[in-house]
Write a protein that binds this ligand. Structure first.
Ligand code: PGA
Length: 254
């Protein structure tokens, strides 16, 4: 089956009010209509409301880079999933490797966020990926499938197919300029899809979007998207400039 490509920009702790306003303006030139890919933007939390407001009425998905699962509580500095939805965002990234490795989020923390987001009707981009050490120890499949199972096991198939995107992001490829080769990406994407077929059924596996992430750029997106199980990308550095992100989005036109 053909899946609609989904290209998402994770702005991490970059950009500001002015550059985000300019970026939002520039999205009016992104491909739209028949054959256009789905586009998502994930601004820093303080800019979520204004990004969502600026893009209201467009088809662009606006989401948070993380959020806590509790509805409220004594979590100084944190933002709840409920607040993400309240300001008009419709999606959230969960389990990004920086959350796992810099902020110590465990598989259980990730799962609590997946459950909370889905319960609120937010879409989830669930990130999975191995570190360089794990790849060198030949543990890529074990780690990625453990993270996938921990994130999604037991969740209703229809919900996964509709509201979950999986992003395979090898940690050694993030922000390093070292992209996984199309062959390396395809191998893991195929593993993820096969596992989804086992755990959630063939139909769910066939519908679920699996993005690749890690040093995606205008110059390598086409060869990645040409892989049968690579359905899009989660882009960090190259999503900060509207022209560069537009070129990545253009590669997703069917
Ligand atoms: P990068 O980041 O494109 O800058 O490597 C990707 C990500 O962390 O999602």
């Amino acid at each position: 089956m053909t899946r609609r490509a989904y290209l998402a920009g994770n702005w991490k702790m970059h950009l500001d009010r002015g550059s985000i306003a300019e970026f939002c303006e520039a999205t009016s030139a992104f491909p739209s209509g028949e054959g256009a890919p789905r586009v998502g933007l994930f601004p820093p939390a303080v800019y979520l409301a204004e990004t969502a407001a600026a893009l209201r009425g467009s088809e662009i998905v606006v989401g948070a880079q993380t959020a806590r699962p509790e509805d409220h509580g004594a979590f100084t500095g944190e933002v709840a999933m409920r607040m993400v939805r309240d300001v008009g965002a419709t999606a959230v990234i969960v389990g990004h490797s920086e959350r796992r490795h810099v902020f110590g989020e465990t598989d259980a923390d990730v799962r609590a966020r997946v459950d909370a987001a889905l319960a609120l009707g937010l879409e989830v981009v669930l990130c999975v990926g191995e570190t360089l050490d794990e790849r060198e120890r030949d543990e890529t499949a074990t780690v990625v499938l453990r993270q996938l199972d921990a994130g999604l096991s037991g969740i209703d198939g229809a919900t996964v197919a509709e509201a979950v995107t999986v992003a395979y992001e090898p940690v050694w490829a993030i922000g390093t300029g070292r992209t996984a080769s199309p062959g390396q990406a395809q191998e893991v994407h195929a593993l993820v899809r096969a596992r989804l077929a086992e755990t959630h059924g063939e139909d769910v596996a066939a519908h679920t979007i699996i993005q690749y992430g890690g040093s995606v750029k205008p110059g390598n997106i086409a060869e990645l998207l040409a892989c049968p199980d690579v359905d899009g990308a989660l882009v960090g550095g190259a999503s900060l400039d509207p022209a560069s992100f537009a070129a990545i989005v253009a590669a997703g036109v069917a």
